[in-house]
Design a protein around this ligand. Structure first.
Ligand SMILES: NC(=O)c1ccc[n+]([C@@H]2O[C@H](COP(=O)([O-])OP(=O)(O)OC[C@H]3O[C@@H](n4cnc5c(N)ncnc54)[C@H](OP(=O)(O)O)[C@@H]3O)[C@@H](O)[C@H]2O)c1
Length: 350
């Protein structure tokens, strides 16, 4: 069988570049085209020096894209993605959109957090792209809307406990630390090195856009509305997210109940690692061991005195938070092992 031909729209950005790195190493993928308007005609390795020796591809403008492909990955900003989803909808290509355009099923919620939806008629056609939640639906999907990076880290920490009804469904707070690559490859004053370096900056204490998808997914699992307050901080790190989530629990809750909930929810989910190891320096999840990997490391501690549980969730925003998770979805959509081309540990030390 020949390899699946894929195109990446928006390959000059950080998610597109990371996806390209993984796709070039995937045994069942042939990357046929990568797009950029600004860098059309230039070699991919001009922007991705890590790929020297692995590809001779050059960027093409979107108008030069062939529809003779098996799958298209869209790595553009939201709003820019929807027209490409429409363009490829009838071609038979599987569509994996890394933007926010098709994550939110309700058009009014999308409008509240983003803008008027550019293609509302396709909203109910997409499957939300977290395989650990929607593995079977993703297998049959034509359009997968990959989850946001912050949303992935928060949802993966909470979903099993929501499903097992171990936490109160209101008053959940997610405090996240996030690296600068989350802002994309284009820059402004907020990402300028002297401004960003050494800073710990709260940039959206409430009302962050990923709140919409977090509440959508967790409410669906709970079968009732779930409210989550999300407060991200930009910190001195390039890749990685560390989310610390606080929820109210019964003082009777025991570690074993939480272990059981995680183990049963994530049975058959190879990219989830439960981390709670008192005998080591690395007793809880942290971003460094997952950087450059598709793993989500999740840990917890119960505070019976305060009747709360503290969940810790670490991912690489460019891998499990975008390019890697997109490829994990692609694997499922094509009947491949979901680990294919993604099974790799990170670095230590880093
Ligand atoms: N960065 C993350 O950690 C992360 C994680 C999860 C999801 N995401 C989502 O992934 C998407 C890409 O993010 P990013 O961080 O990779 O952004 P980025 O580094 O700024 O890259 C954006 C890419 O989109 C292209 N582009 C912009 N407007 C376009 C248009 N109208 N038509 C075609 N191409 C267009 C740009 O190409 P040109 O060279 O032509 O300008 C560039 O390749 C966003 O929707 C973002 O929210 C990002």
């Amino acid at each position: 069988m020949s390899r699946k031909k894929i195109a990446i729209i928006g390959a000059s950005g950080y998610t597109g570049g990371e996806l390209l790195r993984w796709a070039l190493m995937h045994p069942e993928i042939e990357v046929s085209q990568i797009t950029s308007e600004r860098f059309a005609g230039q070699a991919a390795t001009k922007l991705n020096p890590n790929l020297r020796g692995f590809t001779s591809l050059s960027f093409v403008p979107v108008k030069a894209l062939s529809t003779d492909i098996d799958a298209v990955f869209i790595c553009t900003p939201h709003k820019a993605a929807a027209p490409y989803v429409k363009q490829f909808w009838e071609t038979g290509a599987k569509i994996i959109d890394l933007s926010a355009d098709f994550r939110i099923h309700d058009k009014d919620t999308y409008a509240k957090y983003y803008q008027e939806h550019p293609a509302p008629e396709l909203l109910d056609k997409s499957v939300y792209g977290i395989p650990e939640l929607h593995r079977e639906e993703i297998k049959g999907a034509k359009l997968v809307a990959c989850a946001g990076c912050l949303a992935t880290s928060v949802i993966l920490a909470l979903a099993p406990l929501v499903k097992s009804k171990l936490i109160a469904t209101d008053g959940i707070i997610a405090d996240a630390k996030i690296g600068s690559a989350a802002a994309g490859a284009s820059y402004d004053i907020s990402t300028h090195h002297p401004e960003r370096s050494g800073s710990v900056r709260s940039y959206k204490p409430h009302g962050h856009r990923h709140t919409a998808e977090i509440e959508q997914e967790l409410s669906a699992i709970a079968g009732a509305p779930i409210s989550v307050g999300l407060t991200p901080h930009a910190i001195e790190m390039v890749r990685g997210i560390m989310s610390t989530v606080h929820a109210r629990v019964s003082p009777e809750l025991k570690d074993v109940d939480v272990w059981k909930a995680y183990r049963s929810f994530y049975a058959g989910s190879p990219f989830i690692r439960l981390v709670k190891d008192q005998g080591t320096l690395y007793r809880y999840p942290e971003p460094k061991p997952v950087v450059g990997t598709n793993f989500a490391d999740i840990g917890f501690e119960i505070d019976p005195e305060k009747k709360r549980i503290i969940l810790m969730s670490a991912i690489d925003n460019l891998v499990k938070g975008s390019g890697g998770q997109a490829l994990q979805c692609f694997n499922l959509m094509n009947g491949f092992d979901e680990k294919m081309g993604l099974w790799s540990p990170g670095f230590h030390p880093l």
